[in-house]
Design a protein around this ligand. Sequence first.
Ligand code: GZL
Length: 317
Amino acid sequence: TEENEPQIVRGEAPEFEDGLIQIGLIQTGKESDWRDANTEDYLNTFVEERGYNLIYVDGNSSPDRQIKAMYDLIQQKVDYIIVQPIVETGWDDAIEKANQSGIPVIVADRQIKVDESKYVTWIGSDFHEEGKKAIKWLENYLTENGRSKDPLNIVVLEGTEGATAAIGRAEGIAEGIAAHDNWKVVASECANFTQGEGQSVMEEILGKTDADKIDVIISENDNMIFGAMKALEQAGASYGPNGRIIMISFDALGEAFQKMMAGKLHASIECNPLLAGNVEQVIMDLEAGIAVDKKYYTRESVYDYTNAAQYIDERVY
Ligand code: GZL
């Protein structure tokens, strides 16, 4: 009954008779400001005073290095492995090894393509839903501005190929666009979630498609659209709520709020990078023998140039 359940009081990590819990964290590598916030949250959560020894491995944007890191952490006999995969594939053997070694694996942020019985739980965002939210925002914006019938040429900046965030968002976006026969994708290119590639890919696109032939840019994260803005400025193109091209991105970084308030970005679909608290709760539950769910979705909103000023002070990354 309720009173017999071991109550974990939030914020008080349970006492571990045998010292610190050994946590292996396999991170993707530097890609975006979202990633920095995501990493910092883990570093601030899994600290010694809360009973953890965090072994942090930077994947350096290399899926192979991430796989090798999992074998290394298994070798070190850590108590838990948290993996933030770059891509979904390639994990079967390493996960099998972790299972054989009795080390629970928690997957966070993007997903991995293995049977869900092979890992304890997944915590992250509904990326497909995020993609649909971007289209819904665009549909509402066009309706409010009497432009629902306008033919639109759309550019999509894609995230890392094979990453759940990119796959899910792309599906949601593509489904939404397919529902409008007056909308056309004139370019859809991968810029790996980075600002530098966002700029260089947009420069290439502008070499083939005149800026005045582009009506909408949908970027699968904020940093790529920040880079694209530099390319648009170099081309003398007009964009954002104060300009012509409709600009939509994902992550809702603090800098995206500034860009929305500056009339350079129309909307950013929030993707919550602060996953460490939820991951820690799962580990505390497991330590206390409390069953955990297979999936935990983060809560996320949509922000745009009409409400960015209202929320910017609450943003923590
Ligand atoms: C989303 C995450 C993506 C972000 C990018 O959960 O995987 O990777 O949207 C980040 O900014 O680089």
